[in-house]
Design a protein around this ligand. Sequence first.
Ligand code: ADP
Ligand code: MG
Length: 617
Amino acid sequence: MTEQRMAFKTEVSRLLDIVVHSLYSEKEIFLRELISNASDACDKLRYQALTVPELTGDDPDFKIKVSIDAKARTLTIEDNGIGMSRDELIENLGTIAQSGTSAFIKGIEQAQKGDITQIGQFGVGFYAAFMVAQMVEVTSRKAGTEEAWCWRSDGKGEFSIEEEEKSTRGTTITLYLKQGEDEFLLEDRLRGIIKLYSDHIALPIMLGDEEEPANCASALWLRGKNDITQEQYKEFYHHVAHAFEEPAMTLHWKAEGKIEYTGLLYVPGMKPYDLFDPKRRHGVKLYVKRVFITDEAEGLVPPYLRFLRGVIDSEDLPLNVSREMLQNNPILAKIRQGITRKVLNDLLKHSENKDSYATIWENFGAVIKEGVYEDTEHRDLLLKLVRCHSTHDGNLTSLADYVSRMKEGQTSIYYMNGDNLDTLARSPHLEGYRARGIEVLLLTETVDDFWPAAVSTFDDKEFKSATRAGQDLDKIAPLEKKDDKKEPEAPADAIGSLIALMKLSLSDKVKDVRTSDRLTDSAVCLAADEGDIDIHLERFLKQHNQIRSPSARVLEINPSHPLIRRMAEKATKDGAKDALGDIASLLLDQARLMDGEPLADPEGFSRKLGEVLSKAI
Ligand code: ADP
Ligand code: MG
């Protein structure tokens, strides 16, 4: 078959442009990317050969070879891994196979705002070759097949593919170096790069005609902690996580006892773009006795630790374990338990370092809180990891610190859900808490609508939403005010009449009307009854069409507010119902607005407001 030319997918062309011009400050990392791919290719074949040994045949020792031809000015990276068929060459090197196009485009946009490190998550690895090469040739023969194909491109919008001779399986990549890139023709320079970035690769990387590999060639995670430098840990993180930044935490341990495995896991320094994408890639690779098995082991880590990256190498799983066999596998379940406990305990230790932990929490707190909700077994540990904003100060607080600041007589942990901290801080619901110096946790993430109710207690203190009615605020003494000019309350019988009248005129729009302990400055607010669904959660469910009509709320009124006092005074007089009906309805709308609720009837609201205003003039 003769040569065939094809165009890159649009997004590849754009990517190539960015890679070549701005992605990496260190051009030399192209070699790391190509070696990393070669190593992945060997891992894949090693796994397949477990069930089909013929695939590796008489060449069972995997290796990577890097060689130079100074005269031709080419650099070649060769592996005896799984190789690629014609279709795979086109698919893997001509499109962005890994990430959905939309996520990719989003990444590009971020990259153009200067945040280019993000793009490392998209598997641009191979294209890094075009930073130093004017032409790249990939000749590949898939293990178990006879034919070989050559993919060739100058990285400018097109590539070609044609049949070729190749006597051995695997992939050979030849870079025709650009002018000015001659440093990559020097063996010493290449040895330095391999040592720096690829030392942890578990296969020998042979340079030129040398007898000894240029790297350590043993699995990094099996070396002793003392034999590994920070730099090596970091490079391995870059390799497994496709990341560029410093990891926030590195966990390296060996579990001994009934179940034996080695873990080398990282908490990333940045939030992966697909943290909430159900189709996201798995971050933890499963090895069995040093053989790569899969990076799709469902159930290796719990879903709420899905931000972890790294490697687990098991001694107990059978080598011929298939991906299907891993489902509901009891050994895997034990490993997951071990990983979970290790990670949570290490996070807890790490949380003593407030600043560093705050970054981890900012990136992954929303996901960890899913665990508080889902994982009852580790709930106590997870609750110790939780950090929340609160009315105490601008910083995040732990639940233990909250409890240590609880007021005399306070028996519950109060929280309030809302869309953002600003609206929450202004909410009338908080007035009574503020007046008593009671701290309220301010929760703004979707998952916050679920976990406090599910947990019910921390340190024997019950979680209570500050928006519920009938709370025990009266048991806690208000703070002494310096200029204490507390407004007098309206007389009880007048308030009684006002409440009766408001109930009558608002009828089924409210569940009840009551006086409030929680209000100091506002006239009214809406509250959920004990046992009712939380207001913010209800709105969330409504947005997701889980419920249709909102439930009626309790309207709380502030008996010391001047407006309520005037209304109470009027309520005992003749004709009160006509005079106060519109005002009651307006107050209800006002309370809804303060909660960020839309008005049920904007037209009625405007008309009533107009009438009340014109009477007032
Ligand atoms: P990533 O490594 O993140 O998947 P790359 O751009 O580095 O992204 O590589 C794209 C794909 O090309 C790989 O996923 C793999 O399928 C294929 N590939 C690249 N290099 C090789 C190789 N040496 N042998 C076999 N397949 C390869
Ligand atoms: Mg790669």
